[in-house]
Ligand binder design. Structure first.
Ligand SMILES: NC(=O)c1ccc[n+]([C@@H]2O[C@H](COP(=O)([O-])OP(=O)(O)OC[C@H]3O[C@@H](n4cnc5c(N)ncnc54)[C@H](OP(=O)(O)O)[C@@H]3O)[C@@H](O)[C@H]2O)c1
Length: 184
């Protein structure tokens, strides 16, 4: 296992939210054109599967689900048949409260970047697993995506994380960051 004995702290009154993204050297997590996926290697895919195994619930954004929903359902059936799979809606407060009521304590939000920005904005994102893939996509206006899209945090609200683990395998680096306020 890549992350044996992975554990997360408990957060009072809501689940612990973590995400898993892969990005290029130039910080791109997606391109709105075919043939740019997958970004990561087969090892990165194994890490994705492994990180799902620690979750009580998996959340996707609408666009991610539109692109990969069927593939995700197929993968869940094969690897994590009991993992609940939800598509986020605009009312994050209600979503968070509903999933907490259901007893879910560790929730994996796999993106996309627009949904992730919403979680960040509400201060709900506690950990980021980030794979750096040794590629450069370049950029084109409105066609390339970075980790958090659609919202620019004002300087006083810039989100800050601390690096808690670095692993290297082949030409990829696997980073784990936790929200700095959880590490005092
Ligand atoms: N590299 C990686 O690791 C990685 C991981 C995940 C995704 N991706 C890429 O990301 C892309 C999809 O991401 P995306 O940013 O376009 O879309 P997304 O985050 O999957 O979905 C965003 C859409 O969901 C709806 N939505 C509903 N509730 C929301 C909420 N609370 N906050 C924000 N949006 C909400 C909105 O559409 P309406 O306003 O129409 O309702 C919004 O435009 C794909 O290209 C995928 O390949 C890459």
């Amino acid at each position: 296992m890549f992350y044996p004995n992975l554990s997360f702290p408990e957060i009072a009154g809501r689940p612990f939210f973590y995400t898993n993204f892969v990005q290029t050297l130039d910080g791109k997590v997606g391109v709105k054109k075919p043939n740019y996926w997958p970004i990561g290697s087969s090892v990165d895919h194994q890490v994705l599967l492994e990180l799902r195994s620690f979750a009580d619930c998996l959340i996707h954004g609408k666009n991610l689900a539109r692109q990969f929903g069927e593939q995700t359902k197929k993968s869940l059936k094969e690897h994590h048949p009991n993992l609940p799979y939800l598509i986020a809606n605009r009312d994050l407060k209600k979503l968070v409260s509903d999933i907490y009521q259901k007893g879910y304590r560790k929730v994996l939000v796999e993106g996309g970047p627009t949904l992730l920005a919403s979680f960040l904005k509400e201060d709900l994102l506690d950990e980021i697993f980030l794979t750096i893939s040794p590629k450069i996509f370049g950029s084109q206006k409105d066609m390339t995506l970075t980790l958090a899209e659609g919202y620019l945090f004002p300087p006083s609200k810039i989100k800050k994380f601390k690096l808690i683990s670095v692993k290297k395998l082949g030409d990829e680096v696997f980073l784990r960051y936790r929200k700095s306020t959880l590490l005092v």
